[in-house]
Design a protein around this ligand. Structure first.
Ligand code: FES
Length: 638
């Protein structure tokens, strides 16, 4: 914000002084070009949403800065083009900046100051992919820009306009092309998709002058690895992670153009007397509760996500933080009293497991008691009974892993996947994620803006494919519902099963089962296809074939003896005996009622929550388990 204000003030001063005849034309051009160069850094950070956590603030700053940098392109179009540059760096056909970074040296004087022209060509090529409002905004800006130039020419003010804006803008463009594109990318052969550590380079040495002069773009590699870091933190981020980057053979050159491999760089650094430290990675932690238990937790805020969904943020008291820590993909059960009737509902956590915040999203279900209450009456400051997190939809993360993840979600199925996606991209800095997300239309898409922000932040590692069933103008291949035939197409081209390490499916039962079957047919390993259902099938009570039994139930460190009538599930018997056993869906989908069988055996009717490894270890869903031996022992704490 400070450099934004300073740059605007500098531009205003040079314009005012030039119009008053107090500044020579070359000085005016130099000062205004400097202001525009600085404004590009504001625009650049705004395009990555790193100025503010409020999206609109980035858009506001970006729109103003964009007018100075290039009045032909709207901010949103620029942000789109720039993200494509991140996604496809050094790719001849798909990197809009390759016009500059791939230029032969003798064409540099022409290409550098005209670097926004290939942007326009790129936009025209992709016009069908862009929202109509953005295309209109860019078209309007082009018409206005040309009109102003023509008007100035007709009224004899063209030279004034040239000195005040047109020439400084092209001078700034030349420097931007040189420092943001040529120095970091020229002569590197790898593309971002092939090797993200060698598609961009740092220029080391003379930092005392180069870092302020280039506004940290001498460490441009850090920007391409972590696009959401604001420019003034590039150098610190590099130093804190330096050894990890060098292990990956990061591209480093000196200011004089000498390319250094990792050992040469270490030696260079030793000679320059610098030290490096490794940055500790924050990892998700499971809840410390032995068995799931309820606690009153205040609501910090309720925000509207779409017309029929809200985000609920919780303010977990410090003393409960360990109990409410969670792994990505886990869920919590909410219990409250509504008009004398106790309701309990299970919701996936959607915040990142490393973020320190606990958030759930609730979609309104017609006649749904809790969702109607959450939409209409729940407010910040209210308190809800919240069960400690349970579930095992996610997979263990490893900061050094380089994996390829694909998640397919429909509607509110995005909630656990959003947590997995956010946490994975934060912890595994080498891994890539593709999200396929189905909704009716843009308006009904939960977390639409958050997903766009994440795509901007992790440009080369996250790809969002939005499938829309009721949006006639949506691209044809992404129109309709997510189904077998669409997945077949994606498996053929976008993500063949052999290239994907883990799959996550969450949405309606029919969609999830169809897609899972297809993945298994195509060779995906069952343990790698993770499924989360919000509702199992609640089946009629069965008594035939079962006998009464005596059960020993261990819960929160205490052992209880309960008796089961023929047909009772273990959970039903525990609840009848007055035990506060954990449960939520009662349909075999959420995994909240999980326990370990220590003695005897049970038959489980349905299971959408436990993995083969869980079953192997003796875990069962007690809401689905009926004893097949006269006595059984189960442990909810194991
Ligand atoms: S309560 Fe959800 S699986 Fe048993």
């Amino acid at each position: 914000m400070a450099i934004f204000c300073a740059a605007l003030a500098l531009f205003a001063f040079s314009t005012w002084a030039a119009l008053g005849g107090a500044l020579a034309e070359p000085v005016t051009i130099l000062l205004s070009a400097t202001a525009i160069f600085v404004l590009f850094t504001v625009l650049h950070d705004a395009a990555h949403y790193s100025i503010s956590t409020h999206r609109w603030v980035n858009v506001a700053f970006g729109r103003v800065a964009m007018l100075f940098v290039s009045s032909l392109i709207s901010f949103r179009s620029f942000a789109f083009i720039h993200i494509e540059h991140h996604r496809n760096t050094n790719d001849d056909d798909n990197d809009p900046d390759h016009f500059v970074s791939g230029a032969p040296w003798w064409q540099v004087p022409v290409r550098f100051p005209l670097m926004d022209l290939p942007y326009l060509t790129f936009l025209v090529r992709n016009v069908r992919r862009r929202p109509r409002a953005e295309v209109l905004e860019t078209s309007l800006l082009m018409v206005l820009s040309v009109s102003v130039i023509v008007a100035c020419a007709l009224t004899g003010h063209l030279w004034t306009l040239a000195v005040l804006y047109l020439i400084p803008e092209r001078v700034a463009m030349f420097v931007l092309a040189w420092w943001f594109d040529w120095l970091p990318h020229h002569d590197l052969e790898d593309t971002q998709q092939e090797n993200r550590y060698r598609a961009t380079r740092n220029r080391v040495g003379s930092e005392w002058v180069l870092t302020p002069l280039l506004l940290s773009q001498n460490y441009h590699l850090v920007h391409h690895l972590h696009p959401s870091i604001p420019f003034y933190r590039y150098v610190a981020a590099w130093r804190r992670n330096e050894e990890a980057y060098l292990e990956r053979d990061a591209a480093v050159g000196t200011v004089f153009g000498q390319q250094l491999d990792a050992d040469e760089y270490r030696e260079w650094k030793r000679l320059n007397g610098k030290l490096a430290r490794l940055l500790p990675v924050r990892m998700p932690k499971r809840s410390s509760a032995r068995a799931a238990e309820f606690h009153p937790v205040p609501v910090a805020g309720v925000d509207r996500l779409t017309a029929d969904s809200v985000l609920i943020r919780f303010d977990v008291p410090d003393r409960l933080l360990d109990k409410f820590s969670f792994e990505p993909g886990q869920h919590v059960t909410v219990r409250t009293d509504l008009g004398g009737e106790g309701v309990r509902r299970n919701y996936s956590i959607c915040s990142a497991a490393t973020s320190g915040s606990l958030e759930i999203a609730v979609k309104h279900i017609p006649e749904g008691a809790f969702s109607t209450f959450a939409m209409d009456r729940l407010r910040a400051g209210d308190t809800l009974e919240l069960m400690t997190p349970t579930g095992s939809f996610g997979t263990p993360l490893d900061p050094l892993a380089r994996r390829n993840y694909v998640a397919i979600a429909a509607g509110s199925g995005i909630t656990p996947i959003l947590s997995i996606l956010r946490t994975t991209l934060a912890v595994e800095t080498e891994s890539r994620f593709t999200l396929v997300y189905g909704n009716r239309d843009d308006e009904s898409t939960m977390f639409r803006d958050e997903l766009a922000d994440l795509e901007a932040r992790y440009a080369d590692r996250l790809r969002n494919l939005h499938v829309r069933s009721r949006e006639p103008r949506h691209p044809a291949h992404l129109r309709g519902r997510i189904d077998r035939s669409k997945l077949e197409r994606w498996l053929g081209a976008d993500f063949p099963t052999s290239t994907v390490d883990e799959w996550f499916l969450c949405g309606p039962v029919a969609m999830v089962s169809d897609l899972r079957d297809l993945l298994l047919e195509r060779g995906a390993e069952p343990d790698r296809v993770h499924v989360e259902l919000f509702h199992g099938y609640q089946k009629a009570r069965v008594a035939d074939g079962f006998t009464s039994a005596a059960a020993s139930v261990t819960l929160r460190g205490r052992q209880h003896e309960v008796s089961l009538e023929a047909g009772d599930t273990v959970l039903e018997a525990a609840l009848k005996a007055g035990l506060d056993a954990p449960y939520a869906c009662l349909g075999g989908a959420c995994g909240t009622c999980q326990a370990k069988v220590l003695l005897g055996s049970v038959a489980m009717e349905q299971n959408f929550a436990l993995s083969a490894a869980d079953l192997q270890a003796g875990h069962v869903l007690t809401c689905q388990s009926r004893p097949t031996t006269p006595s059984v022992a189960v442990d909810y704490d194991a």
